[in-house]
Design a protein around this ligand. Structure first.
Ligand code: MTE
Length: 338
């Protein structure tokens, strides 16, 4: 007989977000006249209060998301209080479209996701290129409710649609000398205003790059997402395909991926390259390892009330996914390997 244990990561939480946070942010920004002052989160005083957030009520000009066929993965359905869809769609980090929380939504609605080309290459038996239709049709799509924790100390609960990264890597056939997986976001300055201007794009050297060890990449939690809330992804969330690694800070979950390369060398990820003392390769959620500018002990749940009065809750080791991933880091000093 199969005995099912409830994992710590499946426990309930109370997290709600209201419209008011967006309106409040907009009013605060307008009041201070700081809408244009968008700083990268690598630099001091960038996150939180002065994000150039502009919530929009009229969704008529929005990118059209398509409903997807999927099954609900029963192991990842127990987060009951999901972040409302419009908050997931309008409070974003995607520096290719600007550094303010409202910029990705505001400036990405015309972004073209079809045609798309995702290449899997490097140390694999069968290098492959997937087109837009492959991304949505080639793999069984499942729904998983995951927590997301940003290094800026805010969090959301999101119903993702996608397939495991391991499924894709197994199809490509990982060679035995592959030790790391390198991910790259599309480079398309014509469509991405942040890639045209260092001021708009937070001084990032695009394309945005991320990396995982091969063990992390093969962990069943690592998801390639093609949708959320029952439909394909919106551009601001990383359409048409993005990574979701819920035990790591949100910046590891790279958006709009065009290249996945298996390699024997540790890739240097974008934020690590900008601030090696602030951002490491692993970036595992760890309440005991403070970021120089943000205590990581607690997190602001995107919820009721204005930006100054957010509900906070204690941050969990590995964002609550300790049971699933702690074994990956056995013997590693997580304060040094942050
Ligand atoms: N991927 C790219 N290409 N560019 C980015 O700026 N921001 C990261 C991550 N992926 C980012 C990215 C950060 S800092 C976070 S917190 C998450 O995306 C936010 O995902 P969301 O906007 O869908 O909530």
């Amino acid at each position: 007989m199969l005995i099912k244990h409830t994992k710590k990561s499946q426990l309930k939480e109370s997290q709600l977000t209201s419209e008011s946070i967006y309106k409040d942010r907009r009013n605060i920004i307008k009041g201070f006249g700081l809408a244009a002052l968008a700083l990268p989160f690598a630099k001091p005083a960038s996150a939180g209060l002065f994000d150039s957030f502009t919530g929009k009520d009229d969704a008529s000009g929005d990118f059209q998301r398509t409903p997807l066929n999927f099954t609900k993965n029963p192991d990842y359905q127990s987060l009951t209080d999901l972040t409302p869809e419009n908050k997931v769609l309008q409070y974003n980090n995607f520096y290719e479209f600007g550094t303010g929380k409202g910029d990705p939504y505001e400036h990405s609605q015309q972004f073209k996701v079809d045609p798309w080309s995702l290449t899997i290459d490097g140390l694999v038996d069968k290098p492959m290129t997937l087109n837009y239709e492959d991304l949505l049709k080639k793999f069984e799509i499942e729904e998983r409710l995951y927590r997301m924790r940003c290094v800026e100390a805010w969090s959301m609960n999101i119903p993702w649609l996608g397939f495991t990264l391991a499924t894709l890597l197994q199809q490509a056939g990982v060679k035995s000398d592959a030790k790391y997986v390198r991910f790259e976001t599309v480079y398309d300055p014509e469509q991405m205003r942040g890639q045209r201007s260092r001021f708009v794009g937070g001084s990032i050297n695009f394309p945005y790059v991320e990396g995982l060890t091969i063990e992390e990449a093969m962990n069943p939690l690592a998801l390639l997402s093609v949708g959320l809330y029952g439909k394909t992804l919106a551009p601001q969330n990383g359409a048409p395909i993005r990574l979701v690694v819920p035990w790591k800070y949100g910046f590891k979950s790279i958006k709009s991926i065009v290249k996945i390369t298996l390699t024997d060398k540790a890739p240097r990820n974008t934020w690590q390259a900008i601030g090696p003392h602030e951002y490491g390769f692993y970036a595992n959620v760890n309440p005991l390892a403070d970021h120089p500018r943000w205590s990581q002990r607690n997190e602001r749940v995107i919820g009721e009330g204005n930006v100054f009065q957010q509900e906070r809750k204690p941050t969990l080791m590995f964002n609550g996914y300790e049971e699933e991933v702690a074994h990956l880091y056995k013997g590693l000093d997580l304060l040094k390997n942050f």
